[in-house]
Design a protein around this ligand. Sequence first.
Ligand SMILES: N[C@@H](CCC(=O)N[C@@H](CS)C(=O)NCC(=O)O)C(=O)O
Length: 216
Amino acid sequence: MSTYTLRHFPIQARPETCRALLSYDGGDYTSEHPVWPMEKSKQPFGKVPVLIETDASGNVFQLSDSMAIEHYLATKKGLMVDSSPQDRARQDELRSQILDIFLFAPQYRFATEEARKTIKEQYVTQAKFFIDFHESHLKNNGSNGYYFGSKITYVDIALVATMRALRRFGDESMPGMTGYLSPERTPLINKVLDVVGNDPKLAKFFSEPRVKPAVL
Ligand SMILES: N[C@@H](CCC(=O)N[C@@H](CS)C(=O)NCC(=O)O)C(=O)O
């Protein structure tokens, strides 16, 4: 059996979906927080998150990039959509849009006051596209609280984990950020948060102590 370490900053941000997948269904892993920038040169691409998997024979598999890590973990846990190549592509598209929305938070946080106005306008525009697209997709899937079929898959977990990060890191970075994704505006997205957020296989993720809010 493999053991897993996730190297990431101690903030509730980009690696949340990796953490949710690692702890899904009672999975175990260790968090490691590198000292930055001293340990930058030790990372495969000078960035985090990095997943380190050690198998029973001691072989180490190291993987960098949050999306690559997510795909790897979701594949191992049988959470990738495999109903058709189109569904699989749609899954990746929806997941990327969730990340794009999230990335407005760090972009705004580390921008100058002058640049923030434009970033917020861009966020509001993209949030509208995001809502329309996701609500329509969820409606076409039967408004049942899942993105594909009637069981939990990778993109459901990505949404739940990212929304959790947005309520913390996001709202702290760009005040009112999740206000644009309110239940009134996003009833079907919120249904996923309710249905999937209460899945017992995600209980461990929700019970994990929240990592510190932004410390960067
Ligand atoms: N595409 C990469 C981007 C990784 C990334 O930008 N990580 C940030 C933290 S969220 C980082 O390592 N920043 C420190 C630096 O660039 O020195 C991924 O999704 O993992």
